[in-house]
Design a protein around this ligand. Structure first.
Ligand code: ATP
Ligand code: MG
Length: 244
């Protein structure tokens, strides 16, 4: 390592919590690694005289760009603000489709209504949805085509997010890290998560309170708690949750 020239001075004051610094470092490192990999692959594509190799390497470079998009969409929010979860999920689903689903002919359908959430809660919801979509893509379709639906709706003070697919489940299921992370994230939202994996499709439902969010567009619940334009019907096994 050779270092010369510019000197940088830090005053030693640190205002960020340690976890945040570590997450920033992780994000920074992953972004750098994506950039480095994209640059190596693009240079190799440019240098190759073989059109098939060129096309394959360009495909890899494009895919790395899409993975980087997903990583960016799931980055910890910088500011303590309020986000529209519908817009957030749309952006996330677009990146996931482009990187994991389109080339496998897996269709991703998003049916949401506007829902204002604190940025941090929106991010946690995004990470749960990401893992559920990837689980369906990896485990439900045996390498073939299929459909995954993501629905977000609100009934009064309770938000419900459902992820369903029309694939199938293997005869034996071993819980991995993904479902544990989902469980922890659901708890951190003060919500409840239930999942039914089946031979003719799987469904996962997360219910959490949105009572304290800045829902300036709040709708008046109809009798029975359904809001007009409700995107998803409640299943019998919807997790029961009380507003906090
Ligand atoms: N939508 C689905 N369709 C069929 N099987 C599923 C689905 N979602 C989860 N599974 C099953 O549940 C198991 C546990 O999922 P989990 O996300 O915990 O682990 P994983 O995806 O195998 O590994 P990882 O730790 O990388 O997430 C999977 O291995 C799979 O067998
Ligand atoms: Mg998983």
């Amino acid at each position: 390592l050779h270092q010369e020239g510019i000197m940088t001075e830090f005053d030693g004051q640190c205002t960020e919590p340690q976890e945040q610094i570590l997450l920033h470092e992780l994000n920074h490192r992953v972004n750098n690694e994506f950039a480095a990999a994209i640059s190596v692959v693009s240079l190799a594509a440019g240098r190759s005289g073989n059109s098939e190799v060129k096309a394959a390497l360009s495909g890899v470079s494009e895919l790395l760009h899409r993975y980087a998009d997903v990583h960016r969409a799931l980055q910890m929010p910088e500011h303590d603000t309020v986000l529209d979860a519908e817009t957030y999920l749309r952006q996330l689903c677009l990146s996931i489709s482009g990187s994991y689903l389109d080339h496998r002919k897996i269709k991703l359908v998003l049916a949401t209504e506007p829902l204002r959430l604190q940025a941090d809660r929106c991010w946690r919801l995004g990470m749960i949805v990401y893992e559920l979509i990837l689980n369906a893509a990896r485990h439900a379709f045996s390498g073939g085509a299929g459909e995954i639906r993501v629905e977000l709706s609100r009934a009064g003070a309770i938000a419900q997010c459902r992820v369903t697919d029309d694939g199938s489940v293997a005869p034996t299921v071993a819980p991995g890290r993904g479902l544990k992370i989902i469980d922890e994230l659901s708890k951190s939202l003060g919500g409840r998560f239930v999942q039914k994996l089946g031979p003719r499709g799987s469904r996962s439902i997360l219910a959490f309170s949105c009572a304290n969010e800045a829902n300036v567009t709040s709708r008046i619940p109809r009798q029975g708690g359904q809001t007009p334009g409700h995107a998803a019907q409640a299943f019998d096994d919807s997790p029961a949750i009380a507003p906090c």
